[in-house]
Write a protein that binds this ligand. Structure first.
Ligand code: HEC
Length: 162
């Protein structure tokens, strides 16, 4: 099930899959399964309650802190040799992806964005911006009805509540 809205996965023995597997093996060399990494588990210290999330405030913050690289429509602009993928719209990740959940998305960029000043957002700012991004349209995950069959739907899975 592909949540990232990409083409179907290549077979396990495809050259691309073997190359990525070799890369991951190389990255993990000398690291035991028990060992933790400095970046692991870095998310939000505190989640705002859902009713305190305000996409309008998120939009102002997005315009001030993100749009110069991600564009007014979220599609991503060329900066040097880099172009970020679209944050919403038909070519973005679909609404079943982890990043389509407000707290998960906020946790993702809380420590990695803005690109030139990672870590400069507060938890609150990250969540308001994520609330704005998850208020925007994106492709629908085809197997949505099969998600969360045995566990409760997370409260921030906004696209499932609509
Ligand atoms: C100075 C330019 C710049 C600014 C400002 C910036 N970003 Fe980014 N962003 C990037 C680049 C470049 C990438 C792609 C990074 C990579 O491929 O390694 C990226 C990637 C991302 C991604 C992952 C997209 C994907 O499809 O994988 C998210 C989410 C994101 N940025 C959110 C934000 C948010 C939210 C802000 C504002 C708080 C922000 N960015 C500000 C340049 C920027």
């Amino acid at each position: 099930m592909n949540h990232e809205n990409a083409a179907p996965d290549p077979p396990p023995d495809a050259p691309e899959v073997r190359a990525v597997a070799a890369y991951l093996r190389w990255l993990s060399e000398g690291i035991s399964k028990e060992q933790t990494r400095a970046w692991r588990g870095k998310g939000l210290a505190q989640q705002l309650p859902l009713d305190k999330l305000d996409p309008k405030r998120g939009r102002s913050l997005y315009l001030a802190k993100c749009s110069n690289c991600h564009g007014l429509t979220g599609r991503g602009l060329w900066i040097g040799g880099l172009k970020p993928g679209p944050l919403w719209g038909p070519k973005s990740w679909n609404d079943g992806a982890g990043a389509a959940r407000t707290y998960t998305l906020a946790g993702l960029f809380r420590h990695s964005m803005p690109y030139t000043a990672p870590g400069s957002l507060t938890d609150e700012e990250a969540q308001q911006i994520a609330a704005y991004i998850t208020s925007q349209p994106r492709p629908s995950f085809a197997a949505k009805s099969l998600d969360f069959l045995v566990e409760p739907r997370p409260p921030d899975a906004v696209y499932y509540g609509r």
